[in-house]
Design a protein around this ligand. Structure first.
Ligand SMILES: [Fe+2]
Ligand SMILES: [Fe+2]
Length: 466
């Protein structure tokens, strides 16, 4: 197989993390370059820099795990909350309170805003807990990708502050891993640089020197601030030049599978409505593919596409994804845009170019009335049709916060209502044959209520499945 650099794959997928964090595209790449430039200034050995490099690229891997709770707590868009939170010195009670007052229930009616603010003020320790889950999940994803403990530890300590005011453990000074200290500075100055240039980045670093940031790292950063050519290079960010040359990691097949599994967890964590969705869709799609006689390479591609098919949901506000009531037309349109983002994100990674269309076409239907592009039968090959059926069946049978999973027979009935006009008959038959296999019954069991198979009829408030 063609060899892919791990940095290219993770760099491409980091755009999905930027979307979840409400940051401009390329935030993770630019933070990585800034952190690596600081490491150069600090003269860190190359061997250490490789661990730092991947920590910088994956610093936001835990971003989705607290998105839903933040949106619910504040009654606001999680991406906007995360974006503005990065600009606030939240260790100052006054500034944190002003930020909460501004963001709670933003855009809503006064009564809703007051209610949201009361919830936030009552939350107290919740901020620490939200940060902790994010840090833990980020570290967990790094380990899943076979990265080092130094990388995982840096991601976990990303929000710790030099003076002990940070999260999740309130570590102080040299108790905080060095790489975590670099991550903390790099991500903050990137945000301020994007908003106000080098001057703004330097100013925030100096203002928070010895409070948020290690003074030695701030001093190294002050030197970096004078490197005009470096700052110009951020305009077209390319992290590959910053990976230590002799330690370039390759994304072999095993690691690519692990990346897909890791990002599936990031995707599924975005909403309690989709817990384990991507993983289960991948199991079903592979089961269908096996029944259709696909070879190992096709199955592998189908599995990866299934694991990543909803990666575009990371771009959609949890306030909309989790909304219990009826969706407005705009909210419905936002949800329906997620496959567009899936395509854009996956096309960035050369190693996923062959599965990008497959992943992104899971809501298209044979009659040309699916979304987002209304592609018809002539544009939908059988693996795409297999993924569409797996996605519908999983959505119907999954346990959701508002309902139990639909029983298998009822779910199959609903799938068959769309056969053959919208869903492929051979694929639907393969699904049934797969579900009849004893291994499936033994390992996964029979699933179980109602979800939308068409994305447009039935109750709109429930049509966020898949
Ligand atoms: Fe989807
Ligand atoms: Fe889906």
């Amino acid at each position: 197989m063609e060899a892919f650099a791990l940095s290219g794959v993770i760099g491409a997928l980091s755009f999905a993390l930027d979307l979840t964090e409400g940051q401009p595209p390329g935030h993770a790449l630019r933070s990585c370059m800034i952190g690596m430039r600081i490491a150069e200034e600090l003269e860190l050995p190359a061997a250490d820099r490789s661990d730092l490099f991947y920590a910088l690229l994956l610093k936001d891997a835990g971003c989705s795990v607290n998105a839903s709770r933040m949106a619910a707590l504040f009654g606001a868009d999680d991406q906007e909350l995360k974006r503005t939170a990065k600009q606030v010195d939240w260790t100052s009670r006054r500034r944190a309170a002003a930020w909460a007052a501004r963001e709670a229930g933003a855009g809503g009616k006064l009564g809703d805003r007051v209610g949201a603010l009361k919830r936030v003020q009552a939350a107290g320790e919740v901020a620490r807990e939200l940060a902790a889950t994010r840090c833990d999940r980020g570290a967990e994803i790094a380990r899943k990708l076979f990265l080092t403990e130094a990388t995982a530890g840096a991601i976990r300590g990303l929000d710790e502050h030099w003076d002990g005011s940070g999260h999740p453990d309130g570590l102080q000074g040299a108790e905080i891993p060095l790489f975590a200290r670099i991550l903390c500075l790099a991500q903050t100055v990137e945000v301020f640089h994007a908003a106000g240039g080098v001057g703004a980045a330097r100013e925030v670093a100096l203002r928070r020197r010895a409070r948020w940031f290690d003074p030695v790292i701030v001093d190294a950063f002050a030197v970096v601030c004078r490197d005009a050519a470096f700052w110009r290079s951020l305009e077209a960010p390319d992290v590959t030049v910053w990976e230590p040359e002799e330690l370039v990691l390759a994304a072999d097949e095993e690691r690519l599978d692990a990346i897909c599994e890791g990002f599936a967890r990031v995707i599924d964590a975005k909403s309690p409505y989709t817990a384990r969705h991507s993983e289960r869709v991948s199991e079903l799609a592979v089961g269908i593919g096996e029944m259709l006689g696909y070879g190992p390479a096709t199955l592998r591609g189908l599995r990866r596409a299934a694991l990543l098919h909803d990666i575009g949901k990371l771009a959609i506000s949890s306030r909309i994804l989790d909304k219990p009531g009826k969706l407005t037309d705009d909210e419905f349109a936002a949800i329906r845009s997620h496959p567009v983002y899936s395509l854009q994100i996956l096309e960035r990674a050369r190693c996923f170019a062959s599965i990008a269309e497959l992943a992104a076409n899971h809501h298209e239907r044979l009659d040309g009335r699916g979304y987002p592009r209304r592609l018809g039968a002539d544009r939908l090959d059988q693996p795409m049709r297999a993924l569409a059926v797996a996605d519908v069946y999983e959505a119907l049978t999954a346990e959701r916060p508002y309902r139990t999973g639909m029983p298998r027979e009822r779910a199959l009935e609903i799938v068959h209502q769309d056969v053959p006009e919208r869903l492929d008959p051979d694929v639907a038959a393969a699904l049934e044959a797969h579900l009849d296999r004893p291994r499936w019954v033994a390992t996964v069991g029979v699933d179980g209520s109602e979800a939308d198979t068409t994305g447009q009829r039935r109750n709109r408030s429930r049509s966020r499945a898949g």
